[in-house]
Write a protein that binds this ligand. Sequence first.
Ligand code: ADP
Ligand code: MG
Length: 340
Amino acid sequence: ESQLNPNYSFVNFVEGDSNRLARSAGMAVANKPGGTSFNPLLIYGGVGLGKTHLAHAIGVDIKDKYPDKTVLYISSEKFTQQFIDSVKSNTRNDFIHFYQMIDVLIIDDVQFLSGKAGTQDVFFHIFNHLHQNGKQVILTSDKAPVDMQDIEQRLLSRFKWGLSAELQAPDYETRISILENKLFRDGVEMPEEIIEYIAQNIKSNVRELEGVIISMIAQASFNRREFSIELAKQIVDKFVKNTKKEVSIDYIQKEVSKYFDMDVATLQSKTRKRHIVQARQLAMYFAKRLTKTSLASIGNQIGQRDHATVLHACKTVDNLSETDKQFRKYVDDLTKKLTF
Ligand code: ADP
Ligand code: MG
């Protein structure tokens, strides 16, 4: 049993700027498992950005092209549990042997191996055996190897041998495509303006984009309601509320400063240096977005500015994040840091 989910295919995995590298690396691996320099292929990124989907898609495609190859998908929690069980029942060698026989091993969410020395040790040996024998290893994680904690150095260095490819939060165009693709697969038509409304308001999680569509369809059919902006707004608000954890303005200032490698005093200072102004504007923008604080109070707390300055900052950030790719990355990275 490969444990692969055939619904998670490449065909269903909408391509966009945010996932192009990871997606094409996945396809390259699927064409020649074990035969590329992408070994291991490590796919990393935040919650709900498609790591599990892409990992399955690679496995499904390999099974299609190479029916004789043994492909196994497993979560790292399950892997850990199996290992612990094998130790208890004195079948550790069987466990190792089983994994060493696999042609394509896919382990999801390897960040859960952190702190588990025994499991890391056994995985290290399995990994080496597979790698030496030209077998393919595919891993996913919520972080890049450099940012992983409590994972043994020798294992981290193995993770870096191949390719680490990031799945980023989808840009607006990709969000639209994902929504349209989902609607198409469900055989549902929805007015363009509603699709745009959803894409404008759910920005950092594909699972939530799909969740809104699922709720919309359920609500509309259950209550015989039309698809309307009002309905979309209700549902989007619920999603946004559920996922938003309250953050303080202090916390936002600290995180934004840290991200730009400056201290909070610098962020708040009167300087007009561009990168400091931008950091300050981002802090204001996130304070507006993630807290219920008034503009006046935000200005007061972030370097004694007035409410018009805060308003201007929010507009600037909105504009720049639509037009400037680098700036958009700042917004996306910080959104991840502040909301996950
Ligand atoms: P992760 O493992 O990173 O938390 P998942 O792989 O579980 O995320 O993805 C969450 C949901 O979003 C899944 O239903 C998946 O099919 C969908 N999804 C993610 N990325 C895409 C994409 N590029 N195209 C289509 N669906 C996607
Ligand atoms: Mg996952």
